[in-house]
Ligand binder design. Structure first.
Ligand SMILES: NC(=O)c1ccc[n+]([C@@H]2O[C@H](COP(=O)([O-])OP(=O)(O)OC[C@H]3O[C@@H](n4cnc5c(N)ncnc54)[C@H](O)[C@@H]3O)[C@@H](O)[C@H]2O)c1
Length: 252
């Protein structure tokens, strides 16, 4: 049920942090990977690919800025030319700008929306066209607890992640007839390059442990069970759902 042998999975932004961890976890579960990363960070993608190959799976590295819609189409083409199909898309690439709402510039707002929401939509669209032809596919969008709850100094980020959660529901409704499941994951704060500076602040760490019933700092590996479940046939009747992997943060 949880077997991913020879499944072809694309993970965007998989040169570091959560993306790399997801790619490696899926490879260990039997999948072959398309690793995408920003052109200036290709070295990190090559390192992820090296680790996947040493786990005995295949890996293709493709450079991609998810804000470049033409580039997304080319990445999907390359993936199909190389592997012949796309079974799973994990939309992981994301950015955050932490700033008081009154100070956010138009450029900053657009940047976060372009990467976190527009990028996710057009990756879904391009992979979705292939999956519709195949009559099967799984899409997993990495949202956040910040898509479910508000959070000071994260206006563009929370709006983008809430958008991802409702986009997930809409695509699930639209593509169910083609055998495509579209789900999301809402992680709590996990220790990655994106949050290193936050966890370095004692007050943030204390507040985190106070708000989260499971009182430990989350790691990217905490998402792997959910990712494998949503990528596998074990979740065939699950769609439009956001699984909160948040230590109970949004439950209380
Ligand atoms: N770390 C957390 O606490 C946390 C919590 C909830 C959700 N998330 C989400 O998880 C995802 C991964 O975050 P992370 O913590 O691993 O961050 P990270 O900064 O380590 O990784 C983000 C990756 O996305 C890539 N990326 C950034 N902009 C891109 C673009 N325009 N095109 C293509 N790739 C791009 C980066 O190069 C990087 O590899 C993000 O969507 C983030 O919002 C993170």
């Amino acid at each position: 049920m949880f077997n991913l042998d020879n499944k072809v999975v694309i993970v965007t932004g998989s040169g570091s942090g959560i993306g790399r961890s997801i790619a490696l976890g899926l490879a260990q579960a039997g999948a072959d990977l398309v690793i995408t990363e920003l052109p200036e960070r290709l070295e990190t993608a090559n390192e992820t690919a090296r680790q996947i190959r040493s786990a005995g799976r295949r890996a293709l590295v493709v450079e991609l800025d998810v804000t470049d819609v033409g580039g997304i189409g080319k990445m999907i083409e390359q993936a199909c030319d190389y592997f012949g199909r796309i079974d799973v898309l994990v939309n992981n690439a994301g950015v955050i700008i932490r700033k008081k709402a009154v100070e956010v510039t138009e450029e900053e707002w657009d940047r976060v929306m372009d990467v976190n929401l527009k990028g996710v939509f057009f990756c879904c669209q391009a992979a979705g066209k292939v999956m519709i032809r195949q009559g099967s596919g799984k899409i997993i969008n990495i949202a956040s607890i910040n898509g479910m709850i508000g959070s000071a100094e994260r206006s563009s980020y929370t709006a983008s992640k809430a958008g991802v959660i409702n986009l997930t529901r809409t695509l699930a409704a639209e593509w169910a007839e083609f055998g495509i499941n579209v789900n999301a994951i809402g992680p709590t704060y996990l220790l990655t390059p994106l949050t290193e500076s936050l966890f370095a602040q004692e007050t943030f760490k204390e507040d985190y442990l106070r708000r989260q019933p499971i009182q430990r700092i989350g790691k990217p590996e905490d998402l792997l069970g959910t990712v494998i479940y949503l990528a596998s046939s074990a979740s065939d009747l699950v769609t439009g759902h956001t699984v909160m992997v948040d230590g109970g943060w949004t439950a209380v």
